[in-house]
Design a protein around this ligand. Structure first.
Ligand code: PLP
Length: 401
């Protein structure tokens, strides 16, 4: 049996150091629980950045993977397969959009949305060649490709990767007036996370998305919602944009679309927008493969049939109200929606990392974001009893560290 120490040694020796993970080496998982190589069990309060909303190794997803893997996994889009059309129909019916385009990672789906918006700008809106602009927000996180980091406001994400991609403008998150002021005749899209995940579960001022949607509509600019982390139940609605009753022009979906089984992402939109792609304009060898599509179909069914959206709303309310009762000298405030909560620490708390390490010691895995925020995002299948169990530990760490 390999030890934690040995795994860390090997990974640090042979693996590029582009992450600084907690020193826990996991070997199995079930529901909200994961187990390390020494047999210690933890509650997973990160859920792989909300990719495992359905819980680890959900039996229905394991079965789907096994059956589809034994049947057909990859055809490429040179040929058709019998799972993609069903996923396309089911995802469009679920979201209320006319068309979908399948990719693998979230970043690829964001790239797809950027390409679609630009092409729409040239072919439908009439923007002059190579002049299209997309507006994004301060504190955004949309992935790690060169184009996407080109409009990140996190210096480290782009440092050393130039030359960067042009055609992006940044406005303060939550500022609809700044959005209006940033729009010009070349603006094709406004790319936004309805709640910013990587920035630390930042919930914008109420009404922001609604106003942004109005500004976009009045100016013939596409509202592009990146729901890769906020979507599929995390915030207590199927998509976070529903909290403000808006209908974005493009929605980008990923992470929980496969319940942690396999990278699957998608863009959904109207025929007017996704119709801009002609054969050969865009593609991906693995995008839309039958294994991915079978998994995504089942992952979506689980979210609906196990009422994960409603659970997230109810249990999220319960969890944040119980957290607010903890009298901690370190916590500034709590924010979030559904089972997605940021514990914002005071400057004098000395950073979130040591709290995450203390939580790990006590059997909860959570990850700090932006130095001073502990992100709480358990799988949505979590029970009230498990939340109560976690609250005892969180209270201990937030009061006794
Ligand atoms: C995780 C994430 C991405 C990138 O997804 P990858 O699968 O890591 O490429 C994009 N946008 C948001 C909001 C995310 O949380």
């Amino acid at each position: 049996m390999i030890t934690t120490k040995k795994c860390i040694e090997l990974e640090d020796r042979y693996g590029a150091r582009n992450y600084k993970p907690l020193d826990v080496v996991l070997t199995r998982g079930s529901g909200i629980w994961v187990e390390d190589v020494e047999g210690k069990k933890y509650m997973d309060f990160l859920a792989a950045y909300s990719a495992v909303n359905q819980g680890h190794c959900h039996p229905r997803l394991v079965k789907t993977v096994q059956e589809q893997a034994a049947r057909l996994t990859l055809t490429s889009r040179a040929f058709r397969n019998d799972q993609l059309p069903l996923l396309a129909k089911e995802l469009c019916e679920l979201t209320g959009y006319e068309m979908m385009l399948p990719m693998n990672s979230g970043a690829e789906a964001v790239e797809t949305a950027i390409k679609a918006a630009r092409k729409w700008g040239y072919s439908v809106k009439g923007v002059a060649r190579d002049r299209a602009e997309i507006i994004a927000c301060e504190g955004n996180f949309h992935g790690r490709t060169v184009t996407i980091v080109s409009f990140s406001t996190e210096e480290q994400y782009k440092e050393g990767y130039g030359p960067l991609t042009h055609g992006f403008r940044i406005i303060p998150y939550g500022d609809a007036a700044a959005l209006k002021a940033a729009i010009n005749k070349n603006t094709v899209g406004f790319l936004v996370e309805p709640i910013q995940g990587e920035s630390g579960v930042v919930v914008p001022r109420e009404g922001f998305l609604r106003e942004a949607a109005d500004v976009c509509r009045q100016n013939n600019v596409l509202l592009i919602a990146d729901e890769i982390q906020s979507g599929l139940g995390r915030t207590g609605t199927l998509f976070a944009y529903e909290h403000e009753n808006v209908k974005p022009d493009i929605v980008v979906i990923g992470k929980a679309l496969s319940g942690g089984m396999y990278p699957v992402s998608a863009v959904v939109s109207s025929r007017e927008v996704l119709g801009v792609f002609k054969p050969g304009d865009h593609g991906s060898t693995y995008g839309g493969n039958p294994l991915a599509c079978a998994v995504a179909r089942e992952a979506l069914k689980i979210i609906l049939e196990e009422n994960l959206v409603e659970r997230s709303a109810e249990l999220g309310k319960y969890l944040i109200s119980r957290l607010r009762q903890i009298d901690s000298p370190y916590v500034d405030f709590y924010r979030g929606k559904g089972l997605w909560i940021g514990i914002v620490l005071k400057p004098e708390a000395g950073g979130a990392r040591k709290f995450c390490e203390a939580l790990q010691e006590e059997g909860i895995l959570a990850k700090e974001t932006h130095e001073n925020v502990i992100r709480i995002a358990p799988p949505l299948i979590i029970s009230k009893a498990e939340i109560d169990q976690a609250l005892v530990i969180i209270k201990k760490v937030l009061t006794q560290i």
